[in-house]
Write a protein of this length. Structure first.
Length: 371
């Protein structure tokens, strides 16, 4: 298990920090060459994503990263490429990026312990690598921009237990996790365990099953819940999921058995429009989102700091992440807990989604969409 240490308030990345020195370039650049100002940076930054199933990378992260780069270094262009869950494909993309003179690589690895070659290829050409959302293991990445994951599981489990407090005991719960090869899924599971394990000991909760969702696939999550339902003999009160892809599969499995809204679903992550539609319809109780704009802003600042060598990256980091061979400067951002009550405030008013995105499908008759 890799560990992280949060050392300062997360609000340090909310936009109040100044990226000092970027406009003057008074310090030596990262590779020891003549200093360069942020305004003079030109070239491509490659955003290597793990897959297209997790829609956040294309729908939310890419536009926010483009906006942040345009703000701090208008001459840098973002290029997004998906690995389609194939580490060798991501390596090929990284090698091509190096050949094409990439200025930096932002990476979310499809398999955390198979990303070392990407980092090595980039560093051989003096190209910095920033892990984004998902972390590499046993690698020499330069920075990591993410959220604390254990509190995701802890918040969701607490919410589920509180919402289901009047259910006859034991409360029978299935947990559809994620891909255990990812650090964040093991951390989320630690969070749910912190809440559920003591209640299992007292007999208030029974965890009927815990099934993985390999590659964070909706189809795999559907099959995982179907297996749980068989094991539970149809007697299930609630399901906890770790992400929106899992939520989609769980909702499909429940719908096939006419159990939507009857078996409560808690969790989710990323605020995919389809999941938010089910949230407004009452078929799922919550989802969560990272602060996309803050993460993109911090990533752009780190890239500019590294390329200009101005030293401001030291002020941006709010903690460290241990890859197994290196403690990496890390920017942690707080998650946003989403329920039907704050969809308007946290998703629509912030511009993350449009009302037309969520007022479709099962949500068309919801109170929110009638307003």
């Amino acid at each position: 298990m890799k560990s992280f240490i949060r050392t300062t308030l997360v609000t340090a990345v909310s936009g109040t920090l100044l990226l000092t020195g970027c406009s003057t370039g008074t310090e030596p650049s990262a590779d020891g060459s003549a200093p360069v100002a942020a305004a003079d940076l030109k070239g491509k930054v490659y955003f290597l994503t793990p897959n297209s199933q997790v829609t956040r990378f294309d729908s939310y992260d890419t536009p926010n990263l483009k906006e942040a780069l345009a703000k701090y270094a208008p001459g840098l262009e973002l290029v997004t490429q998906s690995a389609d869950n194939d580490p060798s494909r991501q390596l090929q993309q990284a090698q091509a990026a190096v050949t094409q003179g990439a200025k930096a690589i932002i990476m979310a690895p499809p398999v955390p312990d198979q990303s070392q070659s990407v980092v090595a290829a980039a560093h051989a050409a003096n190209i910095p690598v920033i892990d984004f959302a998902y972390a590499s293991t046993n690698s020499e990445i330069d920075y990591y921009v993410t959220v604390p994951f254990e509190p995701i599981g802890e918040q969701v489990a607490k919410y589920a237990v509180e919402k289901m407090k009047d259910t006859a005991k034991p409360l029978r719960i299935a947990e559809i996790t994620g891909d255990p090869s990812f650090f964040f899924d093991t951390e989320i599971r630690k969070g749910t365990a912190k809440v559920l394990d003591p209640l299992v000991k007292t007999g208030d909760v029974e965890v009927v099953c815990q099934n993985d969702n390999l590659q964070l696939s909706a189809d795999n999550a559907r099959l995982a819940l179907e297996g749980c339902m068989q094991r539970a003999g149809g007697d299930l009160d609630a399901v906890i999921v770790h992400n929106d892809s899992s939520a989609n599969g769980v909702l499909a499995a429940l719908s096939a058995q006419d159990l939507l809204g009857k078996v409560k679903v808690f969790g989710g992550y990323d605020a995919q429009p389809g999941v938010v539609q089910h949230l407004l319809a009452g078929n799922i109780e919550n989802t969560m989102v990272p602060p996309y704009k803050a993460m993109a802003d911090a990533t752009a600042r780190l890239i500019v700091a590294k390329l200009t060598g101005d030293g401001s990256d030291k002020d941006l980091a709010t903690g460290t992440y241990d890859t197994g061979i290196k403690k990496v400067p890390t920017v942690y951002n707080e998650n946003v807990f989403i329920t039907a009550d704050n969809v308007g405030k946290e998703l629509i008013d912030t511009g993350l989604l449009k009302k037309t995105d969520v007022c479709a499908g099962p949500a068309v008759t919801s109170e929110f969409c009638k307003q």
